[in-house]
Design a binder for this molecule. Structure first.
Ligand code: SF4
Length: 294
């Protein structure tokens, strides 16, 4: 991966999305993965452009559907490093169902959610993480809804790695992405990304505190109950103006979905993708079948 930001990137000046790209580009060499070993799948939104600016294989999927595409790719080709990405509207709203079940099944991948508390690409509408009372074109008198708690939802659903970081905090972001990518199982990173164009009020600009360094937090990231309390507290304080980032939950014991399927021999050890493409495969490519039937 070449360092630096893709010069053709069309994100607005000062957008937090640049921070995600930068952190990811810095993380990949440290995990020892090359572009041809990596797949980045995105949904729709400003965040969706990430797969165009990253040098790996990319798949810009449809709204809220990055996770099912990523799951299929990982199951067919477990050797690929699979990263899925999307925004808070894409991931916690439109794709909320996929988020819940991909976490539950513990698919081995990293899921980065660009959380800027609004829909950016479509000009600032209220999103699932917009604070209660937030005014926008879709909620001109202020949102009457409580925001989604992404990490609490993630833990309850079954994610085995959960962290929050921020674009204004590039060193921590890089370290967290390295951990998430190296984690075997579903690693969810709620990535706070400022949107200076449509959400100037968001707390994403506020200096952050790392929960691992905070005197207010003393919890064991491997203990589900302690992690649940810590993330609930951090999620509440975000809307009170305090940004708390860091690792919130890590379960290194639970096998991933793919590992379980291979252990029961329901899935072959040999990657399906290689089987399909190998010359001595008993499978026939669909193009060959088409040719035979002509
Ligand atoms: Fe970034 Fe907001 Fe511009 Fe989208 S609209 S590129 S989220 S600053």
């Amino acid at each position: 991966f070449t360092p630096g930001i893709e010069p053709q990137a069309t994100w607005c000046p000062g957008c937090g999305d640049f921070g995600v790209l930068k952190a990811l580009k810095q993380a990949m060499p440290e995990v020892g993965r090359t572009p041809d070993e990596t797949l980045l799948v995105t949904g729709i939104g400003c965040s969706g452009k990430l797969s165009s600016y990253f040098e790996s294989y990319g798949f810009h999927s449809i709204h809220g559907r990055s996770l099912p595409v990523a799951r299929a790719a990982k199951l067919a080709n477990p050797g690929l490093e699979v990263i899925a990405a999307g925004g808070d509207g894409d991931g916690y709203g439109i794709g909320g169902n996929h988020f819940m079940h991909t976490a539950r099944e513990n698919h081995d991948m990293t899921y980065i959610v660009f959380n800027n508390e609004i829909f950016g690409l479509t000009k600032g509408q209220t999103s699932p993480t917009s604070p209660k009372g937030h005014k926008s074109k879709t909620q001109p008198h202020g949102s009457a809804k409580d925001p989604v708690r992404p990490m609490s939802l993630s833990l309850a659903s079954g994610s085995s790695y959960i962290a929050r970081t921020a674009a204004v905090n590039p060193n921590q972001a890089k370290d967290i992405l390295i951990e998430a990518i190296e984690h075997d199982g579903f690693a969810h990173v709620d990535f706070l990304t400022q949107c200076p164009t449509w959400n100037k009020d968001a707390k994403q600009y506020v200096p952050y505190t790392d929960v691992q360094d905070s005197d207010d937090f003393d919890f064991d990231v491997t203990d589900r109950r302690e992690a649940a309390d810590a993330m609930y507290e951090a999620e509440s304080r975000l809307y009170e103006g305090e940004v708390l980032t860091g690792r919130f939950y890590v379960d290194s014991e639970r096998p991933s979905y793919g590992a379980e399927k291979r252990a029961t021999e329901e899935m072959p050890e040999e990657p399906l993708a290689e089987r399909y493409l190998s010359d001595d495969s008993e499978w026939e490519r669909s193009a060959d079948l088409l040719h035979h039937h002509r």
